[in-house]
Design a protein around this ligand. Sequence first.
Ligand SMILES: C=CC1=C(C)c2cc3[nH]c(cc4nc(cc5[nH]c(cc1n2)c(C)c5CCC(=O)O)C(CCC(=O)O)=C4C)c(C)c3C=C
Ligand SMILES: [Fe+2]
Ligand SMILES: [Fe+2]
Length: 342
Amino acid sequence: MTWQDQQLPDGHPTVRSGKIGVLLVNLGTPVAPTTADVRTYLAEFLSDKRVIEIPALVWQPILRGIILNTRPQKSAEAYRKVWSEDGSPLAAITKGQAVAMQGALGGDGRVMVDWAMRYGAPSIPDRLAALQDAGCDRILLAPMYPQYCAATTATVVDKAGDWLREQRWQPSLRTLPPYHDEPLYIDALAADIGRQLDALDFVPELLLLSFHGMPARTLTLGDPYHCHCHKTARLLEAKMSGRGLRFRTSFQSRFGRAKWLEPATDAVLEEEARSGTKRIAVVAPGFSADCLETLEELAIEGHEQFVEAGGEQFAALSCLNTSDAGLSMLEALLRRELAGWI
Ligand SMILES: C=CC1=C(C)c2cc3[nH]c(cc4nc(cc5[nH]c(cc1n2)c(C)c5CCC(=O)O)C(CCC(=O)O)=C4C)c(C)c3C=C
Ligand SMILES: [Fe+2]
Ligand SMILES: [Fe+2]
């Protein structure tokens, strides 16, 4: 028995119980698909200097004066098309992943799995505090992004760092590394995409791998995101080579006037249709959960773009979400990072 296990006089810090926390974090989403809630969400998201790398003195007037007066209404309309009974798909699926991981890892009561959104609720500081209050003195922070990007992975770690900075007695923190080239991830994608292709009522000529875009200059500034996406694409194509499919890679969701990574998904869909491709399947391997960008931009808008340009059959495949392949992969990745702790 150590002195810490003994009864302590009043005023001494509560002894922690040696539990291990796991926090799954995804991007964030409005609390409801209303213009006001989307504005609140976008104000926080688009004020992050990791996301918009323009000096605040220049950017904030544009954001407050133009973007937050126009975009929220349009985005809220798009959110309403994909909103589910459980709320935002991104939040509902991330929660489902956390519940499944609690079941897989929490058997002996030592591991507690929770989830958070980088922007909006539940917030990273709230959930880190909750894990700590529940007795976790070690926490594995898992940004749910296979490809590293400063605008996604790094900002999650920054936010956790902001919270840590305010703690007198900090928990130990580990972070899940990017897993863009992990065989576990490539195998899970190949299995889940293969299962979905087999269930289609047509055979696509092309499988388009659509990743979220980024401003092109982030590539020369040293962000590995573009390279991570291409490596995922190359490994996935090699793994699925037996299917006789043609593969292409593109980047979606362009925002603002700057040049973004190319080719753009909408341009590729139109170009393919115009050059005679009739049947296409699109999948977004960089998204660990379906969200506005996959359910609305790809599955609804992308479909329309392809058909209007002369395409005939279109399928937007689901992300790994809470599929068996996705959950087994996630459990294995988390278990590896927890080695030495459990
Ligand atoms: C400059 C702006 C943006 C950058 C850079 C950016 C990078 C980036 N985003 C994701 C993942 C997601 N983005 C989502 C929505 C979304 N993204 C932007 C802008 C940038 N993203 C906006 C303005 C929005 C909101 C919707 C809209 O108004 O169009 C989502 C979905 C959220 C949801 O609620 O469903 C995800 C997920 C990645 C991976 C990434 C960089 C690699
Ligand atoms: Fe985005
Ligand atoms: Fe690259």
